[in-house]
Design a protein around this ligand. Structure first.
Ligand SMILES: [Ca+2]
Length: 297
C-alpha cells in the first residue's frame, strides 16, 4: 500500500528515524512532504537523507505558516550536521497540499498518509480538494495528549490547532498516537549508538539528536540524556504492526482556537472515525522500533 510521509523533519530527530525505518524496511513510500516553518530547509534535509536510507520518491516542500495564525516555533539546530544540505535539490514544481491531492487521485482508496508534524499540509489539501477525504485510505497521526490532567497541549496538535480541527472533522479514517503513549518508550544513548553507527545516515541522526537535546536543555525540559523518544516511529508502527496496539474508536474534539487551543478530548464512539491508541507493551514496541531502525544492517 502506497505511503506518503508528511513530516517536520529537522527539529526532533524522530522524523529522521521514520525515514530510516521506511527506507530500511522497504516500505512503498511514494512521497515525502515537509511542513511547518522553513519547509525548504526541511525538504533539503529529506533530500539528503532519502537516498542514504533507500527512499526514492518525490520530496516536496509544504506550508510554512500555520492555518491558525500561531507563530512557528523554530529551534535553530534544524539542518545542522547534514552534509551537502546547501546544494540539495528536491521537486519544486508543486506544493505539498497539491502533491497530496495528486497522489490520492493516482491511488484512489489506497493511499495512506503518515502525518508526523503539525497538520497544516493535510488540512490545506482537504480544504482545497473536496474529493480528497474520500480518496485517502487511512491517516496515521502522531499527536495529541489524551490525559485528563493535561496542563500543556501536545506540540503537533497545538502548533496548528485549526488544521487539527479540520483534519479530525474530515471523516478520513484515522489512527492517532498521543504523546502520553509515545513517552512510554525511551531509546537509551547506547541503543541510539547502535543506530547512528549504521550507514551514512547514522552521523546525521547523531547530529540531529545532539542538537535537539541541547535545545531541550535550554528550557529545562525533561532530560533523557542523549536518548530519544521515538514518537513518530511508534505512529508508523501502528500502521505496520497494528496487532501490537489496543485502539479505541472515538470522536475526538480539539479546541481549534482561543485559550486552550490544541487541547483534545476523545469520547468513545463506535461510529467515530478516529482510533485512539490506548495501550501497548512498551518493551515490545521498543524492540520493534530498534529492529526496524537497524534493519538490513
Ligand atoms: Ca515530527
Amino acid at each position: 500500500v502506497p505511503l506518503l510521509i508528511d513530516t517536520d523533519i529537522g527539529t526532533d530527530p524522530d522524523d529522521l528515524q521514520v525515514l530510516m525505518i521506511a527506507g530500511r524496511t522497504g516500505l512503498d513510500v511514494v512521497g515525502v512532504t515537509t511542513v511547518y516553518g522553513d519547509t525548504d530547509l526541511r525538504a533539503r534535509m529529506a533530500a539528503v537523507v532519502a537516498p542514504l536510507v533507500g527512499i526514492d520518491c518525490p520530496i516536496v516542500a509544504g506550508q510554512t505558516e500555520t492555518l491558525s495564525g500561531r507563530e512557528v516555533m523554530w529551534a535553530g539546530h534544524e539542518g545542522d550536521g547534514v552534509p551537502g544540505i546547501d546544494r540539495a535539490g528536491y521537486d519544486r514544481s508543486r506544493t505539498a497540499p497539491d502533491f497530496i491531492s495528486e497522489l490520492a487521485a493516482r491511488h484512489p482508496g489506497e493511499l495512506d498518509v503518515l502525518a508526523i508534524g503539525p497538520l497544516t499540509n493535510v488540512a490545506t489539501a482537504l480544504l482545497a480538494d473536496p474529493d480528497l477525504s474520500s480518496r485517502l485510505r487511512h491517516l496515521f497521526v502522531m499527536g495529541g495528549l489524551f490525559t485528563a490532567d493535561a496542563d500543556a497541549p501536545e506540540h503537533n496538535v497545538s502548533a496548528d490547532a485549526l488544521a487539527t480541527w479540520i483534519v479530525l472533522h474530515s471523516g478520513v479514517p484515522t489512527t492517532m498516537t498521543g504523546f502520553e503513549m509515545t513517552t512510554r518508550v525511551v531509546l537509551t544513548a547506547d541503543e541510539l549508538d547502535l543506530v547512528t553507527g549504521v550507514g551514512e545516515a547514522g552521523p546525521i541522526l547523531a547530529a540531529n539528536t545532539a542538537g535537539f537535546v541541547a535545545w531541550l536543555r535550554q528550557f529545562g525540559l525533561p532530560d533523557i540524556g542523549r536518548g530519544s523518544i521515538p514518537h513518530d516511529p511508534i505512529a508508523l508502527l501502528t500502521r505496520q504492526r497494528p496487532e501490537l496496539f489496543r485502539t479505541e474508536a472515538c470522536r475526538v474534539d480539539v479546541v481549534g482556537w482561543g485559550p486552550g487551543a490544541g487541547q483534545v478530548t476523545a469520547t468513545a464512539d463506535d461510529a467515530g472515525p478516529v482510533h485512539v491508541v490506548r495501550d501497548f507493551d512498551p518493551g515490545l514496541v521498543r524492540r520493534e522500533v530498534l529492529a526496524a531502525l537497524t534493519a538490513g544492517a
